[in-house]
Write a protein that binds this ligand. Sequence first.
Ligand code: GDP
Length: 415
Amino acid sequence: EKEKFREKELESVSSKDMEDYIGFANLPNQVYRKAVKRGFDFTILVVGESGLGKSTLINSLFFTDIYSNEYPGPSQRIKKTVQVETSKVILRENGVNLTLTIVDTPGFGDAVDNSVCWQPVLNYVESKYEDYLHAESRVHRTTIVDTRVHCCLYFISPGHGLKPLDLEFMKKLHDKVNLIPLVAKADTMTPEECNQFKKTVLNEITQSKIRIYEFPDCDDEEENKHQKRIKERIPFAVVGSNVIVEANGKRVRGRKYPWGVVEVENMEHCDFVALRNIMIRTHLQDLKDVTNNIHYENYRCLKLGAVGKSGTTANKNPLAHMEEERKDHENKMKRMEREMEQVFDMKVKEKLNKLRESESELNRRSEQMRKTLDQQKRELYQKWKEFEKERTTFEVTNQDMDDTHRRLTLTLDMS
Ligand code: GDP
């Protein structure tokens, strides 16, 4: 088409006066040829629990078996920790090369505790920004290979609504990457259930103030009308399939069930075509632009801002620098003094507590001893009383015996 455009343009030029023709009208063709020659890089991050049909959908999107060689079957991919794996393919269509990188995150949401399973994904996204920033700030900048993540397809499990992990993930990543939420395995729901589910998901996303990627309008009015209908389908409910089946005498990519065939590329069956059209045919470049102009720029500003803050003293005059250092030192000493006072107070308090404890222990013991002594005293007194009683009885008995004896002696004497 571009070539035809160029030919037409040259025809119109030749019909005019060649003297008036400068040639910049040909610039778009130059840019086009250069871009085609260079090819395009595009990176898609796919996130979602195992078995939601991520690899099947990616293969369906690009009519290829991206995962066939490097990617084991789903059952083998269930891992306890989240991993980040990349697969790369070079696709060619009408002489245009697209280097497509698919970043998968096997293990996402599969563990018992998924509280931080978004972290490896976030690390990956940021590491790619870091690589790009590094490449940009090199003295000799050759053509930079753009490995940044241009969009994230987030697979939502069909059901009643978003899970806490879905919300957590989107909140962590929505300002770092272009988020496109997808309802996975849409063929497992009836059309009514699917529409209801989409509404619930969209509501929850809005209420949680999560910003998903907004497909912008284009310049063409007609195209906008068409795209509006596509945008109404967000979040796209998708169906994937790796096989070609027969439906109504046609061979189509689909899923065959006893009651009929779900056609992947039938807009009445699912939103697969809507997703493919808007993501690849019309908005691939915008996804790249938003990544570069917004997400990467945010990252860059934060990063360079942090460097700027730590490097503020470098530009000051030496006296101001010394004065600042002196103040810093003073503050440090004061802080140390305060800390030492706090430690001293703490130690004194500890000592006082210990003394109080030992004092109460001594009191307790002396009370115990006093009680024991009282008890012993009472027992002795009791014994003494008993002894006194015995003694009196003994003395009385003894007196009686003496009297008897005396009387007997007297009687004997008289006789
Ligand atoms: P992944 O672990 O998320 O990559 O999931 P796979 O693509 O490996 O798919 C897991 C299973 O789900 C496979 O048996 C697929 O055939 C099946 N599957 C994939 N996409 C769909 C779909 O759209 N609908 C249904 N019902 N099953 C699907």
